[in-house]
Design a protein around this ligand. Structure first.
Ligand SMILES: [Fe+2]
Length: 184
């Protein structure tokens, strides 16, 4: 009762990754387990897409530096919002969300970029490929969780992950059109 905080506390893990709490959601254990696995994949990949956007936001250069510097940061913020939405969906289904980036690194399928700086078009292409990886997986996951009755996860994947990814892909891809700026 001294008012001294109890520091340096450690405890055993109270619930393992990959396990489920029983919540009364009207969804089967198997449906929720499957959704959590697909959501954690999307979560890990989206964490790395977010990191890729920040890296390229910092390393951007050239005549369109300012525009792309700002655009990539805007996309990063939107991806970070998706990270939170995906993680909280896993928790709301009774699962355990992938949190630590080192854990996410073991799960993600997004290739690791070089530690240095790539050419600007290569950085944009890398982002487009990461988007497509997530989109392909999200389309498949959305269809499968819908057949298991998990409409909420289907909605999150379709209306947030897929729609955001498609819009960001459009904004990036238009920067890779080789078009004259002054003389036609
Ligand atoms: Fe910044």
């Amino acid at each position: 009762m001294s008012g001294q905080p109890l520091l340096h506390q450690r405890g055993h893990q109270v619930r393992a990754f990959g396990t489920l709490n029983q919540f009364p959601l009207g969804l089967s254990h198997d449906a929720r387990m499957y959704s959590c696995q697909r959501l954690n994949q999307a979560l890990a990949d989206t964490q790395f897409l977010y990191a890729l956007y920040k890296k390229h936001h910092w390393l951007m250069r050239g005549a369109t530096f300012y525009q792309l510097h700002l655009l990539l940061d805007t996309h990063a913020e939107q991806q970070l919002a998706l990270v939170d939405a995906l993680a909280e969906r896993v928790q709301s289904l009774g699962g355990v969300a992938v949190g630590d980036p080192r854990h996410a690194a073991e799960i993600t399928t997004i290739p690791r970029p070089p530690d240095g700086i790539e050419e600007v078009p290569a950085m944009l292409s890398r982002l487009l490929e990461a988007h497509e990886t997530i989109l392909v997986d999200a389309h498949d996951a959305a269809a499968r969780v819908a057949t298991l009755g998990d409409d909420g996860t289907n909605d999150l994947l379709v209306s947030q992950v897929i729609r955001t990814g498609e819009a960001q892909t459009w904004f990036l891809a238009e920067h890779l059109v080789d078009t004259p700026l002054v003389r036609s």
